[in-house]
Design a protein around this ligand. Structure first.
Ligand SMILES: [Zn+2]
Length: 320
């Protein structure tokens, strides 16, 4: 994206057309990082910015950056800073869902959102397919909720926003929707679905894999492709080198600095922990509301639980 285009974004975000306001000046200083993945939360004119959506998107992409890192043995994509940009598109939510796209009037209805939004963001944000400078992940708060990904960008709708924030009626597990990022963004990086009957539990399988996230993987052919991709390089994920500690029925995951979450695979409940200690063998996390501490082993093995400062008791079997 050129300097001039970024200026347009600053104007759209700040509404400061033609004025060198401090907000616009600040936006110019924070030019997007080259070769980064830009994550954009699109809020149509009749919707409001929801901080729970913004945070849920951020937590999801940060976790997915770590999943790529683990799958690719130390390589992953670069997230822009700020991680989630907010963009105000020019139409109401339902317009994106129902407007017959001029460029492709014969498209199936479920692709209208992708057609309509991608046309607009090409003009306003310069988000082109196969952009040499950025890869793009868009979330737009509009129905009907089909995710799509191809040629450098992916677009997801309100079903995914509801899912990431634990409010989906279709599937209450937040992990399912984080898996959805991995899958659609995989398409944006050029990965296809596996051939029928192969790698049915892998991330790029349209039915199985990503819905069972984090219990999924990239098929060997996909790993090879990703390792050669110009947007994948040796780097540390923004939230540090972390892993999800899986147990039968759920997992603990590091979501940033000292913050951990425990998620169950059978519900949308999330429990929040702060990391209180870490040494070569254990990581101790604490849930202040219930006064529960969990001591996680740094490699596979038992974790331990302490309730209200009582002695440690053997708890789940952990697999990293
Ligand atoms: Zn797919």
């Amino acid at each position: 994206m050129s300097h001039r285009n970024w200026h347009t974004v600053a104007a759209l975000l700040g509404g400061a057309v033609g004025m060198l306001s401090s907000a616009a000046a600040e936006a110019q200083q924070r030019r997007p990082l080259p070769k980064s993945v830009r994550v954009v939360y699109c809020v149509p004119t009749d919707r409001e910015v929801r901080q729970d959506y913004r945070k849920a998107i951020e937590a999801g992409v940060v976790e997915m950056q770590q999943f790529y890192y683990r799958s690719l043995f130390g390589r992953t994509f670069l997230l822009n800073s700020p991680i989630v940009e907010i963009y105000h598109p020019t139409n109401e939510a339902q317009w994106y869902t129902d407007h017959v796209p001029e460029a492709n009037p014969n498209a199936e209805h479920r692709f209208y959102v992708s057609e309509n939004l991608s046309r607009e963001i090409r003009q306003t944000l310069g988000a082109r397919r196969n952009d040499p400078t950025y890869r793009w992940i868009f979330y737009i708060d509009c129905p009907p909720g089909w995710g799509s990904g191809a040629q450098g960008l992916c677009i997801m709708c309100d079903a995914d926003l509801l899912g990431l924030s634990g409010r989906s009626k279709e599937d209450k597990r937040i992990s399912r929707w984080i898996g959805g990022i991995g899958h659609e963004f995989g398409h944006a990086l050029g990965l296809p679905h596996p051939p029928d009957g192969y790698d049915i539990h892998s991330m790029m399988d349209p039915e199985g894999g990503f819905r069972a996230y984090p219990d999924t993987y990239f098929a060997e052919a996909d790993r090879k492709k990703l390792l050669k991709h110009p947007f994948i390089a040796e780097r540390k994920p923004v939230a540090g080198i972390t892993q999800a500690a899986l147990y039968d029925g759920g997992y603990f995951v590091h979501v940033g600095k000292k913050r951990w979450e425990e998620r169950r695979t059978d519900s949308n409940s999330v429990l929040y922990f702060n990391e209180t200690e870490r040494d070569d063998e254990h990581i101790v996390i604490h849930d202040a509301t219930r006064d529960i501490s969990v001591k996680l082993p740094v490699s596979d093995g038992n974790c331990f639980l302490s309730f209200k400062g009582e002695p440690w008791r053997k708890f789940y079997q952990i697999k990293w």
